[in-house]
Design a binder for this molecule. Structure first.
Ligand code: COA
Length: 215
């Protein structure tokens, strides 16, 4: 369950913040490229931990391979996410992140100094230019601790503050109830079932379209 900043009232709280992102756009933000830190969000978890959302860096390559190279993760993501996830894939990803423009759209989810997952948004174009698509994954050892919910809550807040989008959306494969639950916990609304829209691992399936509009 997400709580607004409880001020460390309980040891069973995980603090999550976005760090390391410079903000250059979206007037009237008067930040002028300074380091920008999002408000902290607390989230009740199974034990006392702190999550940080921050830019990917080269030192993440080994943990990226360790956690991203998992078929259970790949089965729930688009095929552009490699499997098996090898050294070259991790290096390519870090290079993409390092060369991408600011503000940052892709964050590593850091837990106890280690990148254990990723979350990001992709700004759409043309008539969809006021929409961003959200995506995320988490290393299997860390599932079921509320981490994705905390990360998505913070990323949703970040995307609406930093980008001039009116809508955030996510597509969930029908066999992924955990992700649907994460989206619902973060205020995303199920808008529809896209029948037979997914072909993954030789299997045809529906996808569920979730969206969160600016309030
Ligand atoms: C989806 C994913 C990010 C969830 O991460 P997480 O940190 O375990 O998620 P959380 O702990 O914040 O929340 C998971 C919720 O799903 C629920 N859940 C888990 N398995 C479930 C299932 N089989 N059926 C229904 N609900 C389920 C949990 O109980 C929890 O809800 P609750 O807090 O109400 O109890 C993680 O499983 C993952 O990386 N999966 C592979 C990649 C992926 O699916 N990415 C998203 C693509 S849209």
């Amino acid at each position: 369950m997400i709580a607004s900043d409880a001020g460390g009232a309980s040891e069973r709280l995980t603090r999550i913040l976005i760090a390391g992102d410079s903000v250059k756009s979206l007037p009237p933000q008067p930040l002028n490229g300074q380091r920008h830190e999002a408000p902290q969000t607390t989230c009740s978890m199974s034990n006392a931990e702190q999550i940080i959302l921050r830019a990917w860096r080269r030192s993440d390559i080994s943990s990226l391979i360790r956690y991203a190279n998992n078929r259970k993760i790949w089965l729930n993501l688009r095929d552009i996410f490699p499997h098996p996830y090898m050294q070259a894939d991790a290096e390519k990803w870090i290079a993409i992140c390092e060369s991408s423009q600011e503000p940052t759209t892709n964050f590593a989810v850091e837990l106890r100094g280690e990148a254990v997952g990723g979350i990001g948004c992709r700004l759409l174009d043309d008539v969809n230019c006021k929409t961003a698509e959200i995506g995320y994954w988490l290393g299997k050892p860390f599932w079921g601790r509320g981490i994705a919910t905390a990360a998505l809550t913070q990323t949703t807040d970040y995307a609406f503050r930093i980008f001039s989008v009116e809508r955030l959306q996510a597509t969930v494969f029908e066999w992924n109830p955990a992700s649907a639950r994460v989206l619902e916990k973060c205020g995303y609304v199920l808008e529809g079932r896209l029948r037979r829209s997914i072909f993954k691992d030789g299997r045809l399936g529906d996808s569920l379209l979730y969206a969160h509009c600016r309030e």
